[in-house]
Every structure is written in structure tokens, then in C-alpha cells.
Design a protein around this ligand. Structure first.
Ligand code: SF4
Length: 353
């Protein structure tokens, strides 16, 4: 009988009812050997925009009582940090609609082992909160902005607010943030004409632009024909903005592949989730606003940890075990490019970017 790969051996044992904590896996590793150190926390499913590729117009948000408190989120992060998580990203819905978010940032900054805290926001409320967030210790910021055209902004988000987003971007520089990324979802026939203006805007203001290929994770009927693919974006930027070359220091675990403008005009990244999936080096897992662990953006099942967090004394061993089991059960990657693909029930606003 051929020798089983050690991880497979552990797999057999792991699927038993012996607690994972009994096994020598110091970190959150899955059966493909991927070590998970990057936690994304959706602090709310609520949002002040209604982006067409994210949520339905008539969305129903969860009752606030269902959402984890900041203390519960911080407690979860403390347990996860003990399992090797050292990066946390706060997302939503729109995280800044959650009152006093800077207080959560301050809690997370103080957790041993957490080295990096980021936030993804639509920027509408940023001008008022940038200073408090920076003072609380936040240093990494991604602002979602798909167009500089007020009409298309309204078309895409079903709300006004472009001017407030631009005010927010100006405010973050004043607040002291030095490495700000702008995330743009590129959709053919919707905002592909905005790619070059956005690139010029970010070059002029010292922001790092990242294009995200349009994914089937929203409330709309996703069409592959509407994906503006990475190679097309690169070709357009090289033609209309400036020639690009691969960045020498690409982080193999980061979702974006980065490029540098040959004229020294900065950096641009592309998250090619559809055309060049990066699941093989995935290190991410997620916590939803109401306390469900998702081992993949496209996961079809979840692990509830809210009860463990809401016991008179939070059950850290049960939380750790739930985390390990969720990661251990992780599939190889999304199947957008295969006939097996099943769209998750949750839409993006209730998962977080
Ligand atoms: S689709 Fe899932 S496995 Fe792939 S990179 Fe995203 S979170 Fe990771």
C-alpha cells in the first residue's frame, strides 16, 4: 500500500471527532498546504450605496442585534492571532456606516501578533473619519471607486456621492495615510471607458489603482462577456496612459499582480480573479458580520462561531477548532471557469471584499 501524504493522513484523522487542537498544526493550514494568515472581517452588511454588481436595490439588512459587537470581533481576532493570523482587513457592506469604527481599529492594533490592519471603504464617509482612523492606528486603506463620471457613478451605485468620495480621498492624504489604494471593478460596456481617466487621476494624486475583474458574486446576472479581462486592461493602459512593466516585488500571496509605469508614474495592480485565478496561493478567510466563518469568498457553506463568542466565558478552544476545521475543509479554489460553478447564496455586501 503506497504511503499516504502526511497531510492526507492528518486529513483522515482530522475528519474524526478528535479535536484539532490535539494535532501539531500550529497554523491554519488546509489540505493543499496553504497557510492562512489573512482574515477579512465584514463589520456590517449595511451600506450607503447600492452598487449593481454587489447587492439588490431592495436589499434587506440584518438587524443590528444580530451583528457581532466590536468586543466579540476583537476576541475572535485574538483567538485567530494565536493560530497565526497576522493580517486583518475590515470590510462591509460599508464599514464606515458602523458607528465609531475607529474604536475597533484601536482594539485590533493592541492584539499581540496582529501586524497589519487594513480597511476597504467606498469613501463616502471617509472625509469625516480619516483622522480618527489614522489616530487609532490604521495605516492601510483601499477606497472603491469605479468611475470619475457623476452620471456613471449614479448608474453603478444607484446613489449620488462621487464628490464625497473625492473629498474623502483628499482627506486621507491630509490625515497622513501614505499608501492608499483605489479599487475599481472593470465591467465591459459599463465603465471600461473610465479605466484611463481613473489611471491618470491616481497617477496625479499618488494613489495606487487596482482593477478587479468583474466576478459572479453579486445580485446581478453575471455575464462572462462583461468581464473586462486583465490583458485588455493592461493593453489599454499601455496604449492610453503609459507603458507598463511587471513590478519586481510582487507578493505571491496577494490577489493583485502589480505593474510599474515605465515613466516612473507609479504602480497599478490587477486582480484577475476570473482570467488568472490565484486560489493556489490563497491565504484568506473571512468572518461575516453576524459571526460566520467562510473559508473562501465563494464558499457554499459556513461555520457559525457566534454562540462560542456569546457564552458567559467565550469558548476559545471551540472557536479555534471551528477555525481549523473550516480551513481544513477548504476547496482548491473557485470554479468560476467550470461547469461546476455554483454561485453562493450570499451576495458580496454580506460577505465583504
Ligand atoms: S476564490 Fe476563494 S480560494 Fe480563490 S483566492 Fe478567493 S478566497 Fe481564495
Amino acid at each position: 500500500m503506497s504511503a499516504k501524504h502526511p497531510l492526507k493522513l492528518l486529513g483522515d484523522v482530522a475528519s474524526s471527532d478528535i479535536p484539532h487542537s490535539a494535532f501539531p498544526i500550529p497554523h491554519l493550514v488546509d489540505t493543499f498546504g496553504r497557510v492562512h494568515n489573512n482574515l477579512r472581517i465584514s463589520v456590517t452588511d449595511r451600506c450607503n450605496l447600492r452598487c449593481t454588481y454587489c447587492m439588490p436595490e431592495d436589499v434587506v439588512f440584518r438587524d443590528r442585534s444580530e451583528l457581532l459587537t466590536f468586543e466579540e470581533m476583537a476576541h475572535f481576532v485574538r483567538v485567530a492571532a494565536g493560530l497565526g493570523v497576522d493580517k486583518v482587513r475590515l470590510t462591509g457592506g460599508e464599514p464606515l456606516v458602523r458607528k465609531d469604527l475607529h474604536k475597533l481599529v484601536r482594539m485590533l492594533v493592541g492584539i499581540p501578533g496582529i501586524k497589519d490592519i487594513g480597511l476597504t471603504t467606498n469613501g463616502v464617509l471617509l472625509a469625516d473619519q480619516a483622522g480618527d482612523l489614522f489616530a487609532a492606528g490604521l495605516r492601510r486603506l483601499n477606497v472603491s471607486l469605479d468611475t470619475l463620471d457623476p452620471g456613471r457613478f449614479r448608474e453603478l451605485t444607484r446613489r449620488d456621492g462621487l464628490d464625497r468620495v473625492l473629498d474623502g480621498l483628499a482627506a486621507v492624504k491630509r490625515a497622513g495615510f501614505d499608501r492608499v489604494k483605489v479599487n475599481a471593478v472593470a465591467i465591459r460596456g459599463v465603465n471600461d471607458q473610465d479605466a484611463a481617466p481613473l489611471a491618470r487621476y491616481c497617477r496625479d494624486h499618488g494613489f495606487e489603482l487596482r482593477f478587479i475583474e468583474y466576478m459572479p458574486i453579486g445580485a446581478d446576472a453575471w455575464e462572462r462577456e462583461k468581464v473586462f479581462f486583465a490583458h485588455e486592461i493592461l493593453e489599454l493602459l499601455g496604449r492610453e496612459v503609459a507603458p507598463l512593466a511587471p513590478a519586481p516585488d510582487n507578493d505571491p500571496r496577494a490577489p493583485a499582480t502589480d505593474f510599474l509605469y515605465a515613466d516612473g508614474g507609479g504602480r497599478v495592480g490587477i486582480i484577475a480573479s476570473v482570467s488568472r485565478p490565484f486560489c493556489r496561493s490563497c491565504n484568506r478567510l473571512r468572518l461575516t458580520a453576524e459571526g460566520k466563518v467562510r473559508n473562501c469568498l465563494f464558499a457554499l457553506d459556513e461555520t457559525d462561531v457566534k454562540d462560542f463568542l456569546r457564552r458567559p466565558t467565550p469558548d476559545d478552544a471551540a472557536i479555534a477548532d471551528a477555525l481549523r476545521r473550516s480551513v481544513w475543509a477548504k476547496w482548491e479554489g473557485h470554479e468560476i471557469n467550470s461547469a461546476r460553478f455554483v454561485k453562493p447564496d450570499r451576495t458580496m455586501h454580506a460577505i465583504g471584499g
